[in-house]
Design a protein around this ligand. Structure first.
Ligand SMILES: [Zn+2]
Length: 417
């Protein structure tokens, strides 16, 4: 339902997500959160002109991550539609899954003396990694059951063909297990069903075998010589079947586009039938092309009703426990992306700004507290909140709302004054 105003212009919707922006008070920032400490006139203007609230993005029982949280933000209940991270990222790489396939994210990791020492193999390059994944493909003894696909940097894919439900296989995300003994964190069957145990054996065999194939590979010999950690083992995790989601258009009768540098978010776009727009220079880091994302978003609104823009950089700063960088990424998002969008947007529109989940500096990983959100539109009366942050949002008119309500809130706004 593309809403028309009295004059016939169509209402446009913009959702901007700063990944992991929300945080706890940081002592070195005078006990302010990075959002409170950052100079961010555009976010504050949206909060002051519009209405505010807190959004639960991580339902009970699910792990806080961008996969789950962004499905929530888009209004696709993750308790219903989330199957795992693997299939979402695989979709962005063009990997086709059949009904009974499980796609796992397959990291190239570094193992030393039985210990997992690096989840990213020292941030191995895509070029080096492609050769290692090729070697795994060539030596795979069960190509009908296991298939490898290369992706970007240390992030690759392992597909188990014709396999049981992925939720019965427990895998450890490698970034949560640095320093652990490999033998204690191997995949485990959560059921005694024969096919589940068989799948777990296949995964364990693949992990052990990868060590013998990769350790002596010329790419790793060269890395060791230049004092870089080798990608000497694979680590499958985040497995899931192809999710079965309605498209954005079926669900909301709107044409939507997504802009992100991250495969996970692009994959969500693919499964929900959004147009996935690649922006040159968009990186997922703090060197991303903020202006380009804004310009492509404005352009996308010419033939889409809604555009979803995702910026990864604040999350990376949170993982790095770098509070100065986190403040900078918020300020860059504000001045170089959000300001540019607000300048270029034509009435009538509704715009929402929010994080997907907190990535607090203090702990360096995701948490599941509700996140602040602000929506501004010329049809909304302000609720008196003046700033955009975790604490100000508590006084907002929307209160604390359930995960899948953000898009519904946006779409329920009257389309003219
Ligand atoms: Zn993260």
């Amino acid at each position: 339902m593309s809403k028309k105003t009295g004059k016939g212009e169509q209402m446009k919707y913009v959702v901007v997500v700063g990944d992991g922006m929300a945080d706890y008070p940081v002592p070195k920032l005078g006990n302010m959160t990075p959002l409170q400490a950052a100079h961010k006139p555009n976010m504050d203007a949206i909060a002051a002109k519009g209405r505010n609230g807190l959004l639960r993005t991580v339902p009970k029982g699910l792990t806080p991550g961008s996969d789950v949280a962004i499905l929530s933000v888009l209004g696709f209940d993750p308790t219903q539609f989330y199957t795992g991270r693997g299939p979402l990222e695989a979709a962005a790489r063009g990997i086709q899954l059949k009904e009974n396939d499980i796609a796992f994210r397959c990291n190239l990791v570094t193992e030393k003396d039985g210990i997992l020492v690096d989840y990213s193999a020292d941030h191995i390059t895509s070029r080096e990694a492609a050769k290692l994944i090729e070697a795994l493909k060539e030596t795979c003894e069960k190509p009908n059951e296991i298939e490898f696909f290369s992706g970007l940097d240390y992030r690759h894919f392992l597909i188990l063909r014709n396999s049981p439900n992925s939720h019965l296989i427990e895998c450890t995300p490698p970034h949560d297990a640095i320093g652990a003994e490999v033998s204690t964190i191997l995949p485990r069957a959560k059921s005694e069903k024969v096919e589940v145990e068989k799948a777990v054996i296949l995964l364990k065999e693949a992990i052990h075998k990868s060590k013998s194939v990769l350790e002596s590979h010329p790419v790793n010999i060269a890395r060791l010589k230049s004092r870089k950690r080798p990608g000497n083992m694979i680590w499958p995790w985040g497995g899931g079947k192809k999710p079965n989601m309605p498209s954005f258009k079926e669900k909301y009768a709107l044409k939507a586009a997504v802009i992100s540098a991250v495969d996970l978010v692009k994959g969500i776009g693919i499964y929900t039938g959004m147009k996935v727009i690649d922006v040159p220079g968009a990186t997922g880091g703090d060197n991303t092309n903020y202006e380009g994302k804004a310009d492509y978003a404005l352009k996308a609104l010419e033939d889409n009703d809604l555009v979803f823009i995702h910026v990864e950089a604040p999350d990376e700063a949170g993982h790095a426990k770098d509070y100065k960088l986190k403040v900078k990424t918020i300020e860059d998002l504000d001045s170089r992306l959000l300001g540019r969008i607000l300048e270029g947007l034509k009435e009538p529109y509704a715009l929402a700004i929010l994080p997907d989940h907190p990535t607090p500096i203090r702990i360096g990983t995701h948490t599941k507290e509700p996140v602040p959100f602000a929506i501004c539109s010329s049809v909304l009366k302000p609720d008196g909140v003046q700033k955009f942050d975790e604490f100000s949002a508590r006084d907002g008119a929307f209160g604390t709302v359930k995960q899948e309500y953000l898009i519904s809130l946006l779409l329920s706004l009257p389309s003219s004054k």
